[in-house]
Design a binder for this molecule. Structure first.
Ligand code: NAI
Ligand code: MG
Length: 352
């Protein structure tokens, strides 16, 4: 029996609805694979912020450090500014635990109608740099309240930071199609992006089996809409990867389906798994959130913890449930609740 300690942060809104869904599927699959997960739940959220004035306690990072993985729902509340919730919880965790790879797969599952007319097969992964780049604390504001008020925010790209994310993406691509697309904007952003491109070229030379293509982010967005099937692994900076992965989620049917892993590949610290979507205040509390993003994130967690077969079974059960089509949540045009869909995924697991 292989056992792991998992820190669970349900968060706010539909985070609290999709986390139990993912746990139900994990319970079902771990029982079949002689894996045991011991969960500890942390009620850190915007709700907590409104109550106590902090998103997480001062020793929050220390309390998470000894876990094997962190599973997060979503944080966000209309009463709390989004930069407070993001910088008070998610970003500190990503940075303290050096989760510099943000992996965001997107697949158009059979049976799901994406919004695109030409339904080509889509099965790609966005590899987003997760701890530096445009999401930088370096900068500030001056002359607040005066007509010449200003804000400066410096994008930070380091040689080790770009090298490790590009290497990760190259290795991932080598194990898939052998094709990697690098998102850039070196025509307009004249310091950091040519630097990014240079490192991509250097690292590509060291991974000669992978064919690397460079695309400016604006043109790349257009191509992802026009012909998503041509892409396999796409690597981008923190901002480009974030925007691109919402786009790839949208073209595969619903933002509710997109999973993500925040990885510390060296395994010095716990990695964190979370759906890409937010707390969705517009549908929260109705029990109709699509749990696929959370369940698929749980599959990525199984994979990371060394249970590849169990992870693959979960993704297959999601695929089988979507292909069957009789049970689906409202975002995919159905009428099922989160619980009904989850029950169908658990049943599909049992039928293997
Ligand atoms: P969102 O992802 O919460 O919602 C965008 C739209 O997609 C909404 O119409 C929502 O109903 C729908 N949607 C999202 N997930 C869904 C699901 N699983 N099933 C069905 N429909 C789904 O993004 P939004 O509205 O920009 O942000 C809401 C809050 O969430 C904000 O406070 C934001 O800061 C926060 N947020 C948190 C994230 C996180 O915790 N990682 C990520 C993104 C946003
Ligand atoms: Mg995003």
């Amino acid at each position: 029996m292989s056992s792991h300690r998992i820190a669970v942060i349900p968060g706010d809104g539909i985070g609290r609805e999709v986390v139990p869904a993912a746990r139900a599927v994990l319970d079902a699959v771990t029982a079949r694979h002689a894996v045991s997960f011991e969960y500890e739940e942390f009620d850190w959220s915007c709700g907590g912020y409104l109550r106590d004035g902090t998103m997480m306690p001062p020793d929050g990072i220390e309390r998470l450090r000894s876990f094997d993985a962190i599973f997060l729902g979503a944080v966000g509340d209309p009463r709390v500014p989004d930069h407070v919730s993001l910088w008070g919880l998610l970003i500190p965790i990503r940075r303290a635990f050096r989760q510099y790879v943000n992996l965001r797969p997107a697949r158009l599952f059979p049976g799901v109608d994406g919004p695109l007319r030409a339904g080509s097969a889509i099965d790609l992964v966005v590899v987003r740099e997760n701890v530096e780049g445009e999401y930088s604390e370096i900068g500030g504001r001056l002359s607040r309240g005066f007509p010449d008020e200003m804000a400066v925010q410096e994008a930070v790209f380091t040689r080790p930071g770009v090298t490790r994310i590009v290497d990760y993406a190259l290795e991932l691509a080598a194990g898939r199609s052998g094709r990697l697309t690098s998102a850039t904007k070196s025509n307009g952003i004249v310091h950091t992006m040519p630097f990014w491109d240079e490192i991509v070229s250097e690292r590509a030379a060291a991974h000669s089996t992978v064919e690397v293509t460079r695309e400016h982010i604006d043109a790349l967005c257009a191509k992802v809409v026009l012909d998503p099937g041509r892409f396999d692994v796409i690597v981008g900076s923190n901002l480009f990867g974030d925007i691109l992965s919402d786009l790839t989620a949208a073209v595969t049917g619903s933002i509710g389906m997109a999973p993500s892993a925040n990885l510390n590949p060296e395994r010095d610290f716990p990695s964190m798994f979370e759906p890409v979507h937010g707390s969705a205040p517009d549908i929260a509390g109705r029990g109709v959130a699509n749990p696929v993003g959370a369940i698929w994130s749980a599959a990525m967690m199984l994979d990371h913890l060394g249970h590849r077969e169990a992870g693959a079974e979960v993704v297959d059960a999601i695929a089988a449930t979507l292909a069957d089509g009789s049970v689906r949540t409202p975002d995919l045009g159905g009428t099922a609740t989160t619980g009904e869909f989850t029950g169908a995924v658990v049943a599909a697991l049992g039928q293997r």
